[in-house]
Design a protein around this ligand. Sequence first.
Ligand code: SF4
Length: 482
Amino acid sequence: MDNRIFDLSNFDTEDDDIHESCGVLGISNYQDDDLAHIMYFGLYALQHRGQESCGIAINNNGEIIGQKGIGLVPEVFTEKILDRLDGTSAIGHTRYSTTGGSSIENSQPLIFNYKGGRIALAHNGNLVNATKIRYELENKGAIFQTSADTEVIANLISRYGLKYKDLEVILKKTMDVIEGAYALVILTQKKLVGIRDPWGLRPLCLGKLGNSYVLASENCAFDAIGADFIRDVEPGEIIFIEDDSLKSIKTSYNKAHKSCIFEHIYFARPDSIIDGASIYRSRLEAGRLLAIEYPVEADLVVGVPDSGITAAIGYSRESGIPYGEALIKNRYVGRTFIQPIQKLRERSVGIKLNALREEIKGKRIIIIDDSIVRGTTSYRIVQMLKDAGAKEVHMRISSPPVLNPCYFGIDISSKENLIAANYSIEEIRESINADSLAFLSVESLLKTPIGAPVNSFCTGCFTGEYPLSVPFTSNSPENKKC
Ligand code: SF4
């Protein structure tokens, strides 16, 4: 008889992943005639940060035009489209949004005209006070075309542009008002601008490609286009780039550095370095510390592809238990995967992942994943391993239990959907049918980004301690993140 505390077998798994944030990219003063193609490669490298829509805005002698669409970078940007996009400076965006927010209107960059000229804007993050500002602006007659909080920023720039001429003043005034997470790239008719929010919640880094400066969410985009990494943009910093000169403004908004620790656990690519810490090394270290905190006798350590693999290697190295490739991922299941009808639903994880029976049969398996959100995927993976003949399945998670929503641009949903916010670890273990279950502690997690400043991370979704106050309404559906 199935006596699990609650039944996870009939839930679909499509919403179980924590979804990515967005990716931004900017290149200035590029003198060859293939800027759009360079942007294409850079955005391709940031595709993991958002797969719903993407776009490029390009400046050709003061004329800013844009192209954006729903879909992946190679779906939106054909050779023909790229050939049409000429210019010397550009910004681009890959977007993930919450349900209902994936319309073309909400895709970025946003391009608008204000008193100071034409401007394009791309944003990664989420403003916690966007709903309030929007309400106030609408009461003053502002109109909005999108439901994205990025348009609130555009509107503020336009409003301050009525009173001030200097872009630096306009942007500082805008930063006075907006609260939350933002990594922004802004293209004007003369300049490329990068801004990181006062806590550095979302990543933004600076690189150089010949005489061009480059801004990107992650430095893996620099590697893709042959640019060199210079440094991370600091929290609260505004960078102005005009021709081949760069001006950095350290605003007084700079707060205690609190970047998102989930970038290290899951979102960022392992070949990126954020705020001085290698993502790959952070994940290895998480696995190593997990093996110290929660050892178990077993025959094989296996990682859930892709983001559990590096932590599994770390666990294996520390424990001495061999690492094995026992789950094979179908690399062609992506954004367009259609959720099967109810009777085929159980097959959905099987389509994305399959177990290697030869590796698993008769063995005690330690399976490592990066996180558990609703628990549905974990249940199916444990089941898959047991069906393939595993004698025991011990699940280890390379992050602490997710207990709270994220208000800063990551799609970690409301508390009622978070299994760890509603059930004990023992209840979760029973429900996913694992022989044992353990999560990395918060103390150990904070040690994993080796090289990053100590105490410089937001851990809000694990601890409930956010770096700034989070009004309840900020995560409401009408306040679309990016
Ligand atoms: S709440 Fe969690 S996901 Fe959101 S910024 Fe903080 S650490 Fe990252």
